[in-house]
Design a protein around this ligand. Structure first.
Ligand SMILES: [Zn+2]
Length: 252
């Protein structure tokens, strides 16, 4: 009887051990399955994310391609020495003085469009925080007659736009510190410093350095002082792709 009980106990122990092994094994299988399922789910998530990213990039490029570069009052109106404004005396609405605690206006009458001024003030504030000096603006809006005066007096085609063909008529462009020569800017350590800072930061406030590539592409000599307000995504696109507005215009 004792022997039989002992055998039964032994049998019971073996059964329990097998059960435990089976439970562990099942658990292992579940764990492996869970991990595999998780990996599959993760890879689906990555594919979803990449698809979403591509979709957004496509939407962004479509938006850029649909910009209005032709209408006079468009923020992205394009002009060069062959493409003028449509109206000789185009004047947009909503003009504002640029004077502020962060901007030194050399003539005390420079103005830009409100939309550009909002950004210019923020840009000037950040510039002030960095260098502790006011952003000096030496030119902004120039009418047909003003530009004609400059041209008639002295300025050749490689340096100044013809009247009616100037970005300064858009009320969106400003010249900072000194509208002189590229050499002046390269030899003046302050200007060099300011220009480096502008190259890195101006696009965050949607400003673009229009003339960077010389006559064959931009129509004018390199002008580190000339910054033009753009529509935000275009400023970002030009910055990220290292393009000037003229290169972009020729590409589309
Ligand atoms: Zn200019």
């Amino acid at each position: 009887m004792k022997k039989i009980r002992h055998k039964l106990n032994k049998h019971k122990k073996v059964s329990i051990s097998i059960s435990v092994i089976l439970i562990i094994f099942s658990g292992l299988l579940v764990y492996i399955d869970y991990n595999n399922a998780q990996k599959v789910l993760d890879s689906i998530k990555v594919i979803d994310f990449e698809a979403e990213l591509l979709k957004r990039q496509e939407q962004f490029l479509n938006k850029i391609k649909s910009l209005d570069l032709e209408t006079d009052n468009s923020i992205t109106k394009f002009v060069n020495n062959e493409i003028s404004f449509n109206s000789i005396d185009y004047i947009p609405e909503g003009l504002e003085s640029i004077k502020s605690e962060y901007i030194f206006d050399t003539k005390w009458y420079w103005k830009v469009r409100k939309v550009a001024n909002d950004s210019l003030q923020k840009l000037a504030k950040e510039f002030y925080m960095e260098f502790n000096i006011k952003l000096k603006v030496v030119s902004s809006y120039r009418s047909y007659n003003y530009q004609k005066g400059i041209k008639d007096r002295w300025c050749p085609d490689n340096l100044c736009a013809k009247a009616w063909y100037s970005e300064h008529q858009s009320w969106l462009a400003v010249d900072i510190f000194a509208a002189s020569t590229q050499q002046d800017w390269q030899t003046n350590p302050n200007y060099t410093k300011y220009f480096e800072w502008f190259k890195e930061n101006a696009h965050k406030y949607w400003f673009h350095n229009t003339y960077q590539r010389w006559l064959e592409i931009d129509w004018y000599e390199i002008e580190p002082w000339h910054w033009r307000y753009m529509w935000k995504d275009l400023a970002k696109y030009l910055f990220e792709n290292e393009l000037t507005i003229a290169e972009y215009y020729n590409k589309i």
